[in-house]
Design a protein around this ligand. Structure first.
Ligand SMILES: [Zn+2]
Length: 406
């Protein structure tokens, strides 16, 4: 018996702090860690961990499943070690991937399990109409998960400053405060907005290809190109939260004017628009879908094959320049960047090596395609919500919904 632990847990503050730490570790571990592993990771006494797990389970934040993977350990010790996981009535983060031509709404459980609820193209509607639509979908989702929604994370196609879209791709989103447009009173819980590419990188650092990487550069290509430098898993977002607009650097030359106000931007060559243009296609509807169709057809259509190779080389050239500037350990790729690299690795690599400084060429930082696929920005948006929730204050506000009687 360790008396010091007994004394420590009488402090309500310390207990709240430990509950938040434990729930955070369960979240970060994706519901895969056993109670024994969590106890070790957090340097908790076994008795303390038992009390904390019981408390979290009692509040329907988690349920403890029997640990199949630990069967041998259980036998050896003669006692069960469960796996704390999402409670079926537990907290839900809603996430929105807002694009100028479409949007997706999804629900995330505490341990990261995602259910896509809705995916819509914008068609001819206005940006304001899209936001009103999204607010409706969030209300519907809130009814569906009665009492369980702890917030809404929104990935937006714009640099953000304090939750406001400061240079969005749609004119009528200019200076829109995302939380004001979707809540309060309209969406359940706090509404937290972030740039889509920054959130995609955050998601890869926490749950994907960039887990455990010391310094990572992440590039997310959708209509344009954005990204983020992550140090120790933390995004470097600049003085105003709007760093990482790599697509608006003249990395591949050219004299054409970009929608951003600059000349010769990288995304004119290496983004979805660049691919459509190289393939001689007009933009219509969801440009990412269009771009993916071109990539899928590139193996059999010579024109599309040339367009893909052109964009792949431009992508690689830009990556080399950024690696020279930022010195990452690896480079993560999501969205169209991952698709282009998967479909045409050789021209990407050739472009990459051509711009990389000589001293780096023997050991160029690896290019790692996303392991989260189309869920990367959504996953990052859900992380914003859980970052706010997995604190003593966030948990203090949680009251489990009434269990439905059978
Ligand atoms: Zn630009």
């Amino acid at each position: 018996m360790r008396k010091d632990e007994g004394t420590a847990t009488t402090s309500a503050e310390l207990r709240a702090h430990n509950l938040a730490r434990l729930l955070r570790a369960i979240h970060d571990g994706g519901g895969q860690l056993t109670r024994a592993e969590l106890t070790r990771q957090l340097s908790l006494a076994r008795g303390t961990a038992t009390v904390l797990v019981r408390d979290l389970a009692g509040r329907r934040l988690i349920e403890e499943l029997s640990g199949v993977a630990d069967a041998t350990v259980q036998r050896a010790r003669g006692r069960p070690t469960g796996v704390p996981s999402s409670h079926p009535q537990g907290p839900v983060a809603l996430a929105v991937d807002l694009r100028d031509d479409s949007y997706t709404v999804a629900a995330f459980e505490l341990t990261g399990r995602c259910t896509v609820l809705d995916r819509q193209e914008r068609d001819a509607g206005t940006g304001a109409g899209v936001l009103a639509d999204v607010a409706d979908r969030l209300r519907a989702a809130s009814r569906r998960f009665a009492g369980r929604v702890v917030g809404v994370g929104v990935a937006v196609p714009s640099p953000v400053n304090g939750g406001t879209m400061v240079q969005p791709t749609l004119v009528d989103w200019q200076d829109i405060d995302v939380a004001a447009a979707l809540g309060p009173g309209r969406a359940p819980g706090p509404v937290l907005a972030g740039n889509d590419a920054t959130l995609a990188g955050l998601a890869e650092a926490r749950r994907g290809a960039l887990r455990g990487v010391s310094v990572a550069l992440h590039l997310h290509v959708a209509t344009g190109i954005g990204g983020v430098l992550l140090s120790g898993g933390q995004p470097a977002t600049g003085a105003h939260g709007s760093a990482g607009e790599f697509g608006h650097m003249p990395l591949t030359g050219g004299g054409e004017r970009c929608r951003c106000g600059c000349v010769g931007c990288w995304e004119l060559d290496a983004g979805a628009r660049g691919l459509l243009r190289a393939a001689g296609q007009a933009e219509r509807g969801d440009r990412m879908l269009q771009a993916e169709q071109i990539i899928a057809a590139a193996a059999t259509d010579r024109g599309y094959g040339r367009a893909l190779a052109h964009v792949a080389k431009a992508l690689g050239r830009g990556i080399g320049s950024l690696v020279n500037a930022l010195d990452p350990e690896v480079v993560g790729l999501s969205g169209l960047a991952a698709r282009v690299y998967d479909a045409a690795p050789d021209p990407v690599t050739a472009g990459y090596l051509s711009t990389l400084m000589r001293f780096r060429r023997d050991h160029p930082p690896a290019l790692l395609p996303s392991t989260l696929g189309s869920l990367s920005a959504l996953t990052g948006a859900s992380e914003l919500v859980f970052d706010a929730f997995l604190t003593p204050r966030g948990l203090g506000a949680w009251s489990a919904p009434e269990q439905k009687t059978a």
